[in-house]
Write a protein that binds this ligand. Structure first.
Ligand code: APR
Length: 225
């Protein structure tokens, strides 16, 4: 089976009702990124950080996958599909995708600060005093700015083996995720789906300046023919 790798960003979840980060009323609206998504912000004001993620977690439980997430699942009929997402939502999981790599963590998980491998499923609010079995404060299982991206090495290996690459709904501004495009084999077809594509046209690159719910089904249908 040919391997398809799909790199997704906040744009694929936009039509599910989750704000992107860098559009007009972006998720950071009213917050400095470093205040709510960095170790410094966490040390300075943990309540603010917990409140920011509690609001996002509560909202995630009220939204659903959209046609963009759902049409990617259809690809699994004929291809070996791996989703590499920058998103911390679980919409790819709920749509039914089998193989998903979360580069920036998962909103519905928390982890111990004493043992970073102690990761718990967590759908309710996380508050100060919520501790792990080692009695250390639990934190969101999110990769904050300035932190390592533990899944990057596996994401690179997966991308190096791709026969087709799809990139959906990302401004390609945050590294190392945005650098994945450089790891593909030469001359494989790349499909870039974004209403405001942040990429320069090149050979083997098909750009669809469309929303995910329009562009993704189009590409999927063309790949399944
Ligand atoms: N369909 C597809 N793409 C869309 C849609 C849509 N309906 N609406 C907006 N977009 C596109 C925007 O044009 C933009 O290119 O989605 C992209 C969103 O870009 P960002 O907000 O920068 O989100 P992302 O690229 O995922 O950010 C990467 O930065 O803030 C950090 O960790 C955070 O994972 C995030 C990372």
């Amino acid at each position: 089976m040919k391997k398809i790798v799909v790199l997704t960003g906040a744009g694929i979840s936009a039509e599910s009702g989750i704000n992107t980060f860098r559009d007009a009323n972006g998720l950071w609206e009213g917050h400095d990124i470093m205040e709510v998504a960095s170790p410094i912000g966490w040390n300075n004001n943990p309540e603010l950080v917990l409140d920011f993620y509690n609001k996002r977690r509560r909202q995630l439980l009220t939204v659903n996958p959209n046609k963009g997430h759902i049409s990617l699942v259809k690809l699994e009929e004929q291809y070996d599909v791996t989703i590499i997402t920058q998103n911390v939502d679980d919409l790819h999981e709920r749509a039914g995708s089998d193989k998903i790599v979360h580069l920036h963590g998962e909103l519905l998980k928390v982890r111990s600060q004493f043992d970073e491998n102690l990761i718990l499923d967590w759908k309710k609010d996380l508050n100060l005093g919520d501790s792990c079995e080692h009695n250390s404060q639990l934190r969101p299982h999110i990769v904050w700015f300035g932190e390592m991206v533990p899944m990057m090495d596996s994401a690179i290996t997966i991308t190096e083996n791709a026969d087709i690459l799809m990139i959906i709904g990302t401004s390609m501004q945050v590294y190392p995720a945005a650098g994945l495009l450089q790891y593909t084999k030469a001359n494989i077809p790349v499909y870039f789906i974004d209403p405001n594509p942040a990429i320069t046209p090149s050979k083997h690159l098909t750009i669809l300046s469309e929303k995910a719910t329009v562009g993704v089904p189009k590409v999927v249908d063309s790949l399944l023919k």
